[in-house]
Design a protein around this ligand. Sequence first.
Ligand SMILES: *Cc1c(COP(=O)(O)O)cnc(C)c1O
Length: 386
Amino acid sequence: MVYVTGFRCFKCGKHHLPGEIESKPIPRCSRCNSGLDAEYDYDSIRKSLLTDPFKRASPTHWKYWAFLPVMDLSNVITMGEGGTPLLENNSLTRDIGCSRMLVKYEAMNPTGSFKDRGSSLEITKAMEYGKEKVVLASTGNMGASVAAYAAFAGLECIVFVPNIVGAAKIKQIRAYGADIRFVDGDYSLAMKQAEDYVIAHTDSFLTGDYPWRGEGTKTVGFEIADQLYWRVPDVIVAPIGNGTLIWGIFEAFIDMYEVGIIEHKPTFIGVQVEACRPVVDAWENNSMEIIPVEDPETVATAIACGDPIDGLGALCAIRETGGQAVSVSDDEVIEVRDFLAGHGIFVEPSGAVAYAGARRVSGELEGKTVVCMATGHGLKDMWGIE
Ligand SMILES: *Cc1c(COP(=O)(O)O)cnc(C)c1O
């Protein structure tokens, strides 16, 4: 049983059959080279999947396989990703002044960030295509995640890292045995080098913010609704780096809406840091054009993406749900990191960004059920903690 029917181009709308994508080294539109979005047979999913046992089963990443582009479920590569807690704490609810504050604690994933959801699907695809190596560019967490899943599956892994990546994250990538290639430049240059490598080496598989990762990331959205017994929270607050996370959560809500398991979508609030806020600028200027920021410097290194690949997707999630984009300062991020840790929830700086954004707009959250994404573990980057 496979419910994916193909991939449609975001920009020109060209439809591709699954087989057309598999033969390409870089999974982009064959006509205009833009990003692709998977499409599913919602009618069949509705008929065969949405039964009581499905609704009641515990939430885990692969529970939502029908909404993922996999061919053979018996071959999935999984390390127990997903199924992360949705933490509710009265002090946080009081702090924001909303009706319920829930923190989706993605630090509980095998390598300490939500990136494991995308990696599980990517490495599954690499195995499906019979590849021997996986290649990517990363600002740290994705590299560590893909390196772990590749090692688990017995594949080689090459990570191109730009010059901003923190020492602890480099060590985590190295610990999993990946081959690290340092790039003298930013993330965009690292990405170009990873793509060139894959074009030159046909036994390698490109991972990163391409369609597989976006689809894998969706499962966090299914889990949020599932953990609320298929009720939709009023607001979801997420940090924006490349925009893949917020776009993935939004797409999960579209999938759920299309199959009829939910009746409306939540409002999305996207949060960036002041030093790197290209999506916030586009939102404030009511523009569809995202103007890249060069060499952004912030404590929130996991979201220092000056030219966000899924920036338009992030804008779409915010605009179509009547949400907003806000930015916070590095000081606010660290203050929230310490505040959350003081309530037992330890995150790296980027993992505190969403909550800092919720504080910024707290006046508008009264009476609402709010879910804040806590994206990465505090042990990954203990900035300023002696
Ligand atoms: C990757 C990452 C983000 C940003 O997610 P995008 O999908 O790039 O928007 C935020 N926080 C952490 C900890 C991350 O690893």
